[in-house]
Design a protein around this ligand. Structure first.
Ligand code: IVH
Length: 668
């Protein structure tokens, strides 16, 4: 590959990761991997100035600017810190500072690098006047209303001696405890989980509902004071003054006067950071004296007087036993590394996805290689590298399979992607079983008693060859399955019966149409409230609906073109599944709930949560997200949490069932 092509490739990759990180809040790679890519690009651009581009990702810091907030220019640009990954690199920085100061004595502060989202606060006459996100470093979003809900941030300063005007910068964080609680709640409500506390904090700060922000238990630590008149001539004392005014300044901050001190600080916190209540991704060292800071100055992107040392991601080395190739419900073949079990941050890792052929090739994995497994800030372990010293002589590179490992059909490459797919949709067992499993899942038809194993057993026994066959199951057949008795068989049959009242959007989702997830299914049925309307729509008509793009539209057309799928839908209709949005949902508006505030909690059986939200609004009511004195009713489904129930009881707010609710609006 030519230098020019590599530069183009790096720019595309970095732009994509920037988007994942800043806009979607779902990073795919670790910060370290991202930094490596950026460093490689910076180096190539410096060495080859003829390929410079003002729009290259090296020319900006990523942006978190989104719509819905006013943006303002920062008084001082919010720069980043340059990163180091080893004590040696920190030593080199120390040497550069010494040289920069012409050999003068200097002290540094050692502090935590908090892993949240940065914030700039402006105080005038002791009162918080504005809170601004980092944005692109030059302009940020004004998020004062949200920041005010963070209890540890002083709105009015305490003590005395604060300048009339100053700026203070810090990091907004979601403590681990709150992060775990929030993700549990999101899992229960079937909402997407946050990958790590940093994304959770950033996402929360950009939420338009201030009450929701206040509920999420954010916290903030401060680490930088700026302004024309500061209390002291050094960073440490300024931070101690800020602490007295009411800001949360970490007790970990320490003054260090030698390289040995810096090294000991690194060694200590490499180990002990795991005991902290918030996420950290490294340490920061800053020259303490403001005069010396001024002398050292800034590069275009970061201060010369400060450096970040990033903690190594938690990583383990283990041997690859073999790579298996697994076929999913959509026929996509995923390579999975099966490993010698290894302990990593408290869990035993046996398997890690290798995602696709490109990743296997880039890592250049050979049979039985020694592999690095990392957990980083993310939840799922991944393979990040190979220790080539551990390669067995004569080991062959891992090759991607050319045929489906399950049914032997030659694989086809998915257009525009790194994925390979088995095209044998209706004859490839794991695809069929995957669709059955999906169909009966909790967010789809919610058929209790059929899970992964039973789906497989039903297929193996030859009873269910497609989702519609589920409705032909007999008690006799079920009783023949391993571990099934009269009670469990009855539960399955009842579940199948109950699925006939599941709302139409769930049915659409349950069909396993590529690219049609739960959200798309809901949008689709809003625009086309009947299966016949969906099936007869053209690609253009489908793509014209809100949030349905051409790719989804094409996929829907493709799906319904297939006679097997059409027959499945016909059979599902025949057994009585909902093939249109229920009348009472699609129906008219009323003012029966005029002015009433509802909180919805739990899972429902007659309609989806979104349909209930819709019903509330169309009957004149309001949806609110948390229970307060102003709530009129709590609409409770199954599994409503005890804390909510207690809160409603303590405030004397009636908790009603879905039947009560449907009665209220006069549909039942
Ligand atoms: S000082 C001009 N100190 O790390 C220097 N930053 O990679 C301003 N961060 O944008 C930053 N902990 O969001 C500083 N103790 C700390 C920090 C810290 C976390 C974040 C901050 C900054 C980013 C730079």
């Amino acid at each position: 590959m030519s230098v020019r092509e590599r530069i183009g490739q790096l720019r595309d990759t970095i732009n994509r990761h920037n988007y994942n990180y800043y806009v979607l809040n779902t990073p795919e790679i670790s910060d370290r991997e991202f930094d490596m890519l950026l460093k490689e690009l910076e180096k190539l651009e410096t060495e080859n100035p003829e390929f410079a581009d003002p729009l290259s990702p090296t020319q900006r810091v990523g942006s978190d600017l989104t719509h819905g907030f006013d943006s303002v220019e920062h008084i001082h640009p919010m720069l980043s810190l340059s990163n180091t990954y080893s004590i040696e690199e920190v030593d080199e920085w120390f040497g550069r500072v010494r040289a920069g100061l012409g050999g003068e004595r200097f002290e540094v502060t050692g502090e935590m690098k908090f892993d949240g989202t940065s914030i700039s606060l402006i105080y005038e006459h002791g009162r918080l006047v504005r809170a601004v996100t980092r944005g692109d470093g030059i302009r940020g979003d004004v998020v004062t209303a949200n920041v005010k809900t963070i209890k540890s941030i002083p709105l009015q300063l305490q003590g005395e001696g604060w300048p009339d005007f100053f700026e203070i910068r810090g990091e907004i964080l979601m403590p681990w405890k709150e992060f775990d609680r929030l993700n549990k709640e999101r899992e229960f409500n079937e909402e997407p989980l946050f990958a790590n506390p940093r994304n959770a904090a950033a996402g929360t700060l950009k939420t338009l509902d201030t009450r929701e922000v206040s509920r999420r238990g954010l916290d903030a630590y401060f680490y930088y004071l700026l302004g024309p008149e500061l209390p002291a001539d050094n960073h440490y004392d300024n931070m101690m003054a800020a602490k007295k005014w009411g800001f949360k300044v970490s007790d970990i901050m320490t003054r260090l006067d030698s390289l040995e001190g810096v090294e000991a600080f690194v060694r200590y916190w490499d180990e002990h950071r795991k005991e902290l209540p918030v996420a950290t991704d490294g340490l920061v060292f800053k020259v303490d004296s403001l005069r010396q800071q001024l002398n050292l100055g800034f590069t275009a992107k970061s201060p010369r007087w400060a450096i970040a040392y990033k903690f190594p991601a938690e990583r383990a080395l283990t041997r690859l036993r073999f790579v298996s190739f697994e076929v999913g419900r959509m026929g996509i073949v995923t390579p999975v590394a099966n490993l010698e079990p290894v302990l990593l941050s408290g869990t035993v890792i046996r398997r890690a996805s290798l995602h696709n052929e490109d990743i296997v090739k880039t890592l250049d994995i050979h049979q039985h290689d020694l592999l690095y497994v990392e957990k980083g800030g993310e939840i799922i372990p991944k393979i990040t590298g190979v220790d080539e010293n551990g390669r067995e002589p004569g080991a062959e590179p891992v090759r991607f399979v050319s045929h489906c490992p399950a049914c032997g059909t030659p694989l086809v490459r998915v257009e525009g992607e790194a994925a390979w797919q088995c095209p044998n949709k209706f004859g490839c067992p794991p695809q069929i079983v995957g669709r059955i499993e999906h169909f009966v899942g909790r967010k789809m038809m919610n058929i209790d008693g059929i899970g992964e194993e039973t789906s497989q057993a039903l297929f193996d026994a030859g009873y269910v060859k497609g989702i519609a066959d589920l409705y032909d199951l007999t008690e006799g057949q079920l009783l023949k399955l391993d571990g099934f008795g009269p009670r469990s068989a009855e539960k399955v049959l009842e579940g199948l019966e109950a699925s006939k009242t599941m709302p139409f959007d769930r049915v659409v989702y349950a069909l396993s149409i590529p690219f049609v997830g739960d959200t798309v299914a809901r949008k689709l049925v809003k625009a086309f409230p009947d299966i016949d309307l969906i099936m007869s729509a053209s690609a253009e008509e489908l793509a014209a609906a809100k949030d349905i793009g051409p790719r989804i539209a094409e996929s829907i057309i493709e799906y319904f073109k297939n006679p097997v799928n059409r027959q499945t839908v016909a059979r599902l209709r025949e057994v009585g599944l909902q093939m249109a949005v229920a009348e009472d949902v699609a129906g008219d508006t009323s003012n029966r709930l005029e002015g009433k505030a509802f909180v919805i909690s739990g899972t429902f059986s007659h309609h989806s949560r979104d349909e209930y939200k819709d019903l509330i609004e169309r009957n004149g009511g309001r949806n609110v997200s948390s229970i307060s004195k102003k709530t009129d009713y709590v609409l409770a489904g199954e599994n409503m949490g005890p804390a909510k129930r207690e809160k409603a009881a303590s405030l004397g707010i009636p908790v009603i069932s879905e039947d009560d609710f449907l009665n209220m609006i006069g549909t039942e």
